[in-house]
Design a protein around this ligand. Structure first.
Ligand code: FES
Length: 316
């Protein structure tokens, strides 16, 4: 990734587990790269661990970016180290990338966040508000105390569009979602981010009204995949080079072993960095970043394999 060095200028302890870091360029210049709502960045933490974080500030802020870090209970240096960062510390940040973004052609937008999944949706709410879009932001969290940005969302300019669902037991989520769905039309776009099970419910209940292809999902976690039946495959590049990919090794790893440079980051099928074009063959998609439409012509080389014996791919 093309990194830039940013300095932490403000830290807010949103909840006992979640803190936000506001960052400016090391040289205090305005941001060189503006981003679109829903973007995420690679952050190289103090222990050298690379993680992806959604940008959750207002995209029209010319000077700073905001990320939220949830301390994971089994963190081995990633999120735990980010919770040790202090004001004045410097971090390397990659260029913003979008897998999620506001659909330009939609008349109405419904954002549905579960827990820390509020982060990309908050930035999308800022963008929709700035452009005068019609939207509402539903925010599910275990309690108000465990909800990041709870105070902020009560005083932002679009506070009247925020619908908090704090403390709703999990088994009552489908009922709340059905109430939301009852007010939707097929012209609405739905965006959701949160735990996989939560997003699955949102996609099932709201997708029934708006259509599955109008529910945009942002994953934070790698897909759970059974690799026990993997077979060797052949991968050919559009340049004509061919490589054998054994079971137990990714296409990405084989290409790198052979000196082929591939852009990569998470290596878990989440960030979209290694996505490449598929020219021939049948991919076995195992990522958590591509949409059904994307998958018709692209695949993530770090996790996905093939149902066919041979794939022909085009590196981006
Ligand atoms: S490196 Fe992140 S999706 Fe492949």
């Amino acid at each position: 990734m093309t990194n830039a060095v940013f300095r932490v200028v403000e830290i807010t302890e949103e909840t006992p587990e979640i803190r936000t870091l506001r960052l400016v360029r090391q040289d205090d210049e305005p941001l060189r790269v503006r981003y679109r709502a829903g973007a995420h960045v690679d952050v190289l933490g103090p222990t050298g661990v690379l993680r992806q974080y959604s940008l959750c500030g207002a995209p029209d802020d010319p000077n700073s970016i905001l990320i939220a870090v949830k301390r994971e209970p089994d963190s081995r240096g990633g999120s735990a180290a980010m919770h040790q960062v202090s004001v004045g510390d410097e971090l390397e940040i990659g260029a913003p990338r979008n897998l999620l973004g506001v659909a330009a052609e939609a008349d109405r937008h419904v954002l549905v966040a579960g827990g820390i999944g509020i982060t990309p949706l908050l930035s999308m709410a800022y963008e929709l508000f700035a452009r005068g879009g019609e939207f509402e932001l539903h925010y599910f969290a275990r309690s108000r105390e465990q909800a990041a940005f709870a105070d902020l969302l009560e005083r932002v300019g679009f506070a009247d569009r925020v619908r908090p669902h704090f403390g709703v037991p999990r088994d009552e989520h489908p009922g709340v979602l059905r109430t939301i769905a009852a007010r939707l039309t097929s012209a609405t776009r739905v965006y959701t981010c949160g735990p996989d099970g939560f997003m699955g419910q949102v996609a099932a209940v709201l997708g029934e009204v708006v259509g599955a292809d109008r529910v945009h999902v942002e994953h934070f976690e790698a897909a759970d995949v059974d690799t026990s039946g993997d077979r060797p495959i052949t991968v050919a590049l559009d340049t004509g080079e061919e490589f054998e990919v054994p079971a137990g090794k990714s296409i990405l790893a084989v290409l790198e072993d052979n000196g082929v440079e591939v852009f990569k980051s998470c290596q878990e099928g989440i960030c979209g960095s290694c996505v490449s074009g598929v020219l021939d063959g049948v991919p076995d998609h195992r990522d958590n970043c591509l949409t059904a439409a994307d998958r018709e012509s692209q695949m993530a080389l770090c996790v996905s394999r093939a149902f066919s014996e041979r794939l022909v791919i085009e590196l981006y």
